[in-house]
Design a protein around this ligand. Structure first.
Ligand code: ATP
Ligand code: MG
Length: 414
């Protein structure tokens, strides 16, 4: 490879002035246009700011298709802080890639300095990819690739490989500065939380409902959580699990609220209402009725469950239809078409699986009939509801909620 013979190509000795470490964010859903795009970016900016509040005060710049997060002057823009920012930002919905970048002046020297710093200590092949969003730069993209590439070869002896390199060094020339960065961390994708409104998740202690919550947050819903415990006929273990799950999921939105309803007595009433084989579906209807009342109080526009078609006998199409009949709000079931293996993979990735697998006394087992109905008839269920006075019962249950505020990261410091 030839070294470009430009004055700018010469690096002088001594430590290079490499500028300022910052985080460069590639946004998702780039198809969004016009007003939606504006809403997306404004929402994301706010969400980013609150997600990193505990790490450092930041300034966020919007550029074409990217955002730049910089530590406020005096906030200590050291590499460790910026690394922590980048890691935290990977949990914020609406982002495709998160890069720890160097922001440097618009001259080839500074770019080379930052590139050498970023590639230090690495082994394996690399490629340099430059883009000029602003064409006023002394070198073309190809010239810049060659210059920086040759300096890296010279300094570290790494082999250049343009196709599938082990490291990609990216250079983006902007209007006032240049960003230099290597491979980033993948983000969650999707839309910024809050962009699609608010909804209430029915959260059991199981594997599925936390994944359902995650998937709907990723589509821009801010979620509240509702858990039914078997109290006073079970211990509080399921509440601890729900709490731990919400605390883990809180990193995707912040400010999460968990509402807990003691459901044991209502279950007894269902049992003595003669619901028999319909008890499980009748109970699910009562849960959703209660959820609907609570959701309306909280400004929620939908209910979310972890149902997956056919996974258990209560999740047949007929039974889902029978549950839908009890409420007016839409019930979102993001896992309806997913296999258990896929659901578990997601649960593992988002850190909820190990919590869900902890033992507890699920309130539902209190009520399991010998043989559950798989084709519940809506008319029979309505009759059970009348006997129970389900509407009033649901109001009472909704009034009995206890609110908790699990915060991501709390309790970990001890
Ligand atoms: P999960 O893994 O979420 O517990 P599951 O496969 O065990 O789901 P079911 O027990 O039939 O399925 O529950 C279906 C859905 O009903 C759950 O995903 C959840 O949304 C809701 N649900 C069930 N039990 C409770 C509970 N105790 N509190 C709140 N919601 C519940
Ligand atoms: Mg369950």
């Amino acid at each position: 490879m030839t070294v470009l013979d430009t004055a700018a190509g010469q690096i002088t000795g001594g430590p290079p002035a490499i500028g300022e470490p910052c985080v460069l964010i590639k946004l998702g859903e780039v198809v969004l246009k016009g007003k939606n795009r504006e809403v997306f970016e404004r929402r994301l900016q706010n969400n980013l700011r609150s997600a990193v509040r505990d790490i450092a005060p930041v300034r966020i710049w919007r550029r074409h298709g990217v955002m730049v997060v910089r530590v406020e002057r005096g906030g200590g823009a050291d590499v460790a802080t910026v690394d922590a920012l980048a890691r935290r930002i990977t949990d914020v919905m609406g982002i495709v890639w998160v890069h720890r970048a160097w922001r440097v002046g618009k001259d080839p020297d500074s770019v080379v300095g930052a590139a050498l710093e970023l590639m230090a200590g690495r082994t394996g092949s690399f490629a340099v990819r430059s883009r000029r969003r602003d064409k006023r730069f002394p070198l073309t993209s190809t010239e810049l690739d060659r210059l920086v590439g040759s300096k890296i070869v010279e300094a570290y002896g790494l082999p250049v490989k343009l196709k599938e390199p082990e490291h990609t060094l990216s250079i983006e020339v902007d209007r006032d500065e240049v960003f230099v960065f290597t491979d980033g961390l993948p983000g969650q994708g999707g839309l910024p939380v809050g962009m699609s409104g608010r909804a209430l998740v029915l959260l059991s202690g199981g594997i599925d409902s936390p994944v359902a919550a995650y998937r709907m947050m990723r589509r821009g819903l801010r979620v509240d959580y509702l858990h039914f415990s078997g109290m006073p006929f079970t211990g509080p273990e399921s509440i601890y699990k729900a709490y731990a799950l919400v605390r883990e999921l809180d990193r995707f939105q912040g400010g999460s609220r968990l509402f807990v309803v003691p459901f044991g007595k209502a279950q007894q009433q269902i049992k003595s209402s003669g619901a028999d084989r319909l008890a499980v579906v009748a109970q699910r209807r009562l849960m959703l009725r209660t959820g609907e009342i609570l959701a309306r109080r909280l400004g929620g526009l939908a209910l979310i469950t972890g149902d997956s078609l056919g996974q258990v006998s209560s999740q047949t199409l007929a039974n889902m239809t029978a549950v839908d009949d009890a409420v007016e709000l839409p019930i979102l079931r993001p896992l309806v078409g997913m296999d258990k293996v896929e659901i578990m993979d997601t649960a593992r990735r988002i850190g909820t699986l190990t919590i869900s697998e902890l033992p507890d006394e699920d309130c539902c087992t209190l009520l399991a009939p010998r043989r559950a109905e798989t084709r519940a008839k809506i008319e029979d269920l309505r009759q059970i509801d009348r006997r129970l006075d389900a509407e009033e019962l649901a109001e009472k249950l909704a009034d009995s909620v206890q609110e908790h505020r699990p915060v991501y990261g709390e309790g970990n410091a001890a």
